[in-house]
Write a protein that binds this ligand. Structure first.
Ligand code: HAS
Length: 566
């Protein structure tokens, strides 16, 4: 077993290098929680789809908003966060050497603190004391213990993040002047983004929501609270996306038998995400009164800048595909596509995620455009948008990672049987999403609101029109939800198979090399002090004046609203 950081010449694509067994345990602990949260969250999604479509009624002890909260928290926050840390810990160990005992211990402390927060928050939701949805927006209030659970969750991830950062910086210290692994670089950017982003939610939870829910203050400044939430909420979506991009840049080229298009371009994309994904929260509040239009405009411009690293990624990954396929003999304008390993789920699941991200990203650009946002804000369109982005692009990539990561960590084989199950699972997920998310987009475009339970709006003709299209109706949503549930159950079975049933053996953790003709990566990319300083300046620029205004000219505060929508 290795117990020291790798030398620089070792973190190449050597397939014999494995995640150290003790690090694998830490990573697997995260995976167990991720997949248990996933299956419960997915089953809640089915119930929700059927209730909202008026097809079933929930028993009196179970509320619609309660299951909506469980669904959102377990899938969008718990599954993603645990999976991401599992991937980061494993990848750091694989590319930068085994973690020291101290670093690993810090990782475990982070795991237990996060898990205690998760359990506490989950218990409050299950007791019906925190039906506040996954955005826990004021003035909906939860039991104070829910906010304490959230705080523990965030603090736990900071501790786990500190372990990732310590491992990275120790390696740098031990290998002075050497370039770090691309995986380590990207993991560091992701964790720094997460820590800076969480400051916003920490401030609103600790200084506003907790005292207000405890009755220590009578009212809450809702505008300020939402602004602090979205300061966190938008980088949150990149916290989900960046690990998916890590797999696209670092692992997929190896899976398809090629090399990374450009190490420098990949690093630049991640630096741009770090710089521009934080000062853009106002694009979630374009319809919110009380924020001067000038500042909404500034943050909209910054939003359009944060689209650039995704476009760079599209270019780079497409370039990797074409170079690899042509090297294998592919010809023609698009004929080379036939050379890609379409029957290998380790490629196909993330590829499906990439393909879906093309319309999903276009939807995001629509959302960010002020006038168009007025059409779609608070409608089912937005729900359709995030089921395509995080629910498809990110999740399909995470599933694709699971097919090699879990057997690698459990010392089992990626078998042809598992590959077949994975292919079926990917198709089911994509088809289910096509129906569900497609119908949501169309219904939202017609005006159907989000965040509501079943209602026909007293049979108002305009409202009935929202639900009675050939494709845009609740039956289509329900069909999609049923197919997605089948896909989720299959994925859960695949997780069980990879963890406990697949034959013992070895599975590769794929890490690609840069192309042989790639230019050297400039050293300034590793200058984290510079990037953090620019982030701070951008945040100060984008937020100081509007936030000052929200505090000094505060709108009337709101008392607690709770137990209204259990
Ligand atoms: Fe978003 C709302 C704008 C991306 C998630 N977003 C949400 C919410 C969530 C979410 C959860 O401006 C709802 C929050 C809530 O509950 O209220 N979003 C954007 C923009 C982008 C974007 C501009 N969103 C994401 C990602 C998410 C995510 C990523 C999760 C992971 N979003 C908004 C706005 C709202 C919003 C407003 C507020 C709406 C409202 O009013 O409430 C951009 O980052 C998108 C850029 C992406 C692209 C696509 C690049 C394509 C790639 C694929 C390449 C394909 C290859 C394969 C290589 C430009 C990289 C090709 C090969 C072949 C052969 C085909």
């Amino acid at each position: 077993m290795r117990n020291s950081a790798l030398r620089v010449d070792e973190f190449s694509s050597d397939t014999n290098i494995k995640v150290a067994p003790k690090d694998a345990k830490l990573s697997m602990a995260h995976i167990y929680i991720a997949f248990f949260a996933f299956i419960i969250g997915a089953l809640m999604g089915l119930l929700q789809g059927l209730v909202r479509g008026g097809m079933i009624e929930l028993p009196s002890w179970l509320g619609y908003y309660q299951i909506l909260t469980v669904h959102g928290i377990l899938l969008a926050l718990v599954f993603t966060t645990y999976f991401i840390f599992a991937f980061l810990f494993a990848g750091m160990s694989r590319t930068m050497g085994a973690m020291s005992d101290g670093v690993r211990r810090t990782g475990w402390v982070g795991f237990w603190v996060t898990t205690s927060g998760t359990l506490l928050a989950a218990a409050l939701v299950l007791l019906g004391e925190a039906s506040v949805l996954y955005t826990f927006y004021a003035p909906l209030a939860a039991h104070p213990l829910f906010y304490i659970g959230l705080t523990l969750f965030v603090v736990g991830t900071w501790i786990a993040g500190a372990a990732v950062l310590t491992h990275y910086f120790s390696w740098r210290k031990a290998n002075k002047g050497q370039q770090t692994s691309l995986f380590g670089f990207m993991a560091t950017a992701t964790i720094i983004l997460w820590i800076i982003a969480c400051l916003g939610v920490a401030v609103t939870v600790l200084l506003q929501m907790l005292p207000w829910s405890l009755g220590l203050t009578d009212q809450i400044n809702v505008l300020l609270s939402r602004t602090l939430f979205w300061y966190f909420g938008h980088p949150l979506v990149y916290f989900w996306l960046m690990p998916a991009y890590m797999a696209w840049y670092v692992c997929i080229p190896k899976v398809i038998g090629g090399k990374l298009f450009s190490d420098s371009l990949a690093r630049l994309a991640f630096v741009l995400f770090l710089l521009f994904s934080i000062p853009v929260g106002f694009h979630h509040q374009l319809m919110e009164a009380g924020i001067p239009e000038f500042w909404k405009f500034v943050q909209t411009i910054l939003t359009f800048i944060v689209i650039i690293p995704s476009l760079m990624t599209a270019f780079s990954i497409f370039g990797t595909f074409e170079q690899t396929a042509r090297a294998k003999g592919g010809r023609g304008v698009l004929g080379w596509l036939s050379q890609l390993p379409w029957k290998d789920v380790r490629f196909f699941a993330p590829f499906m995620g990439m393909a879906i991200f093309i319309p999903a990203g276009a939807g995001g650009i629509i959302n960010a455009s002020y006038q168009l946002n007025a059409v779609i804000h608070n409608t089912l369109w937005v729900v359709g948008h995030f089921h395509l982005t995080v629910g498809s692009t990110v999740l399909l990539t995470f599933f694709g990672i699971s097919y090699w990561l879990i057997p690698h960590l459990t010392g089992r084989k990626f078998t042809p049987f598992l590959n077949r199950l994975g292919m079926v699972q990917t198709w089911l997920w994509a088809i289910g999403m096509f129906f569900m998310s497609g119908a949501m987009h169309l219904m939202g475009l017609l005006g159907a609101p989000r965040r509501t339970a079943y209602t026909t709006y007293q049979d108002h003709p305009i409202a009935l029109e929202w639900f009675s299209g050939v494709f845009s109706n609740y039956i289509t949503v329900a069909i999609g939800a049923v197919i997605l549930t089948a896909a989720a159950c299959l994925m859960f079975y695949n997780f069980i198979y990879m963890t406990w049933i697949a034959p013992k053996g070895e599975t590769e953790f794929p890490i690609s090399e840069p192309a042989s003709d790639a230019s050297t990566t400039p050293k300034f990319f590793e200058n984290w002090k510079l990037w953090i300083a620019i982030v701070v300046l951008l945040v100060i620029f984008a937020y100081t004046i509007p936030v000052y205004d929200m505090i000094v000219n505060a709108p009337p505060g709101s008392p607690v609203f709770n137990n209204l929508i259990k």
